[in-house]
Design a protein around this ligand. Structure first.
Ligand code: BG6
Ligand code: MG
Length: 206
């Protein structure tokens, strides 16, 4: 029986996956690399620095540690410029209804995101108060598909992994949830290893 629900953020609760894509595309173009949605799929759920390393690798570009930090910061500034233009109505359909319903029905709710910007985005969209526990890119060191982020969320909720359900839009995140021993609902198509796939959180209560 499920007692805790753990949400990924980008691409699940809020439509920020497109902003990550645009910002990485801009950086890739500066490196002379034509970055498409196909490569972008492999960056979903992956930490900022690990994403940069994949792009440098695809582009065949060598960079020093300090250059990598500068590039990651540059991408993040572009990303935050896009987030700045975001309004509360860019919360994905069904998110608020589901969060309300879960709290009303006594479920524990956690965030399990790779993003260091997660607290800012939850504040900005007014969703932060629904969460009993926040685990994000500031509190974990191992990127999805490593299960660390979800195991930490379960531990902080004081729940066993087997009573937790994860909502994920990324293959790395589905793999992380599975490795944590949790149930997982995938959002979007082409995800392997989910218990159920839906196209939007709107479908959960319907
Ligand atoms: C994940 C996104 O949620 O967070 C990735 O799917 C992103 O695309 C990662 O790279 C880290 O985000 P941030 O906000 O710390 O750069
Ligand atoms: Mg995601």
């Amino acid at each position: 029986e499920i007692k805790g629900v753990i949400f990924d953020l980008d691409g699940v609760l809020v439509d920020t996956a497109v902003f990550h894509f645009q910002a990485w595309k801009r950086l890739a173009q500066e490196l002379g690399f034509d970055f498409t949605e196909i490569e972008n799929e492999q960056l979903k759920g992956v930490s900022r620095i690990a994403s940069l390393e994949k792009i440098l690798n695809w582009a065949g570009v060598d960079a020093s540690e300090s250059e990598k930090i500068e590039m990651a910061e540059r991408k993040n500034r572009w990303y935050l410029d896009l987030v700045e233009q975001m309004k509360a109505d860019e919360i994905l359909p069904g998110s608020l209804e589901l969060l309300h319903w879960l709290k009303k029905n006594g479920y524990q709710v956690a965030l399990g995101s790779a993003s260091k910007n997660a607290p800012l985005i939850l504040e900005k969209t007014g969703m932060i108060s629904f969460f009993d526990v926040l685990v994000d890119g500031n509190s974990v060191s191992l990127s999805k598909p490593n299960p660390e982020v979800f195991l930490k969320a379960a531990r902080d909720l004081k729940l066993l992994p087997e009573v937790c359900l994860v909502f994920e839009d990324a293959q790395a995140g589905v793999d992380a949830a599975r490795a944590a021993g949790m149930s997982v609902i995938g959002i979007g198509s082409n995800l392997n290893g989910t218990d159920l796939s839906i196209s939007s959180l709107e479908e959960v209560l319907n």
